[in-house]
Design a protein around this ligand. Structure first.
Ligand SMILES: *[C@@H]1O[C@H](CO)[C@@H](O)[C@H](O)[C@H]1NC(C)=O
Ligand SMILES: *[C@@H]1O[C@H](CO)[C@@H](O)[C@H](O)[C@H]1NC(C)=O
Ligand SMILES: *[C@@H]1O[C@H](CO)[C@@H](O)[C@H](O)[C@H]1NC(C)=O
Length: 204
């Protein structure tokens, strides 16, 4: 009988419960959820973004595309890693909710849950050298709604992003449009992404 070394068993366990490991699987999950259409984006990922949600106790939750995360575990703020030969940056990270207030009637969509630039690649860890444009906003899908798709997108930062005046920390987070924003500030298409599904807090 072949006994696998402990290390490879641990690796298998991480693959099963951890972050995204396959660009093709991420792309498939985005298309299965209709996210490229719903967000009006071209999604042809060439790298992986790893999103970690810190927890009050215990290890962080590592996202993979389509994971369900309890709302109470999404306080964040998340940290980001990039996997791939992507250079040192700078990069822009955006998180949007296309399903607000409900996927059936998304009159407030997209809601901007995070927008930050000047992220630099420190051995995979993305560290932002300037404050975020929009700080992390915890998901709050309203009671009765199906789960929302909180979608993280990673872009190469353009020169125009640094001088953009379309969005600042006081701009309403509702009715944002990542496609229109990316186009206006010449971000191009996202080169990595992932998403989590968060349902309303259970009521008693
Ligand atoms: C919800 O989150 C808060 C803050 O992280 C934590 O103190 C609390 O125990 C959590 N409640 C549940 C039911 O998990
Ligand atoms: C996203 O696409 C699906 C499938 O076409 C649709 O049912 C859903 O309502 C869409 N969501 C939004 C917010 O447009
Ligand atoms: C967002 O902007 C794109 C153009 O970049 C447009 O096609 C799309 O309809 C807009 N989405 C929303 C929800 O307004």
């Amino acid at each position: 009988m072949y006994l696998a070394p402990l290390g490879s068993l641990l690796t298998l366990a991480l693959v099963a419960v951890g972050q995204d490991v396959s660009i093709a699987a991420v792309e498939k999950a985005f298309f299965a959820a209709n996210l490229p259409t719903n967000l009006s984006i071209v999604f042809k990922p060439t790298a992986l973004i790893e999103v970690s949600l810190p927890q009050a106790t215990g290890p962080p939750i590592l996202l993979h595309a389509g994971i369900h995360v309890p709302r109470n575990d999404t306080a964040g703020p998340p940290t980001f890693h990039v996997v791939g030969d992507v250079g040192e940056g700078p990069f822009v990270v955006a998180t949007v909710d296309p399903d607000a207030p409900t996927p059936q009637d998304p009159t407030e969509a997209q809601v901007r849950h995070f927008l930050g630039g000047n992220f630099f690649n420190h051995g995979g860890l993305l560290v932002n050298a300037t404050p975020a444009v929009s700080n992390w906003r915890q998901p709050t899908p309203p009671a009765g709604s199906p789960p929302h798709h909180y979608t993280f997108l990673l872009f190469k930062q353009s020169l125009e992003f640094a001088t953009q005046t379309l969005v600042d920390s006081t701009t309403d987070v509702d009715n944002f449009n990542i496609s229109a924003f990316a186009s206006a500030v010449h971000l191009g298409n996202p080169f990595a992404g992932t998403f989590m599904l968060v349902a309303p807090e259970p009521t008693t």
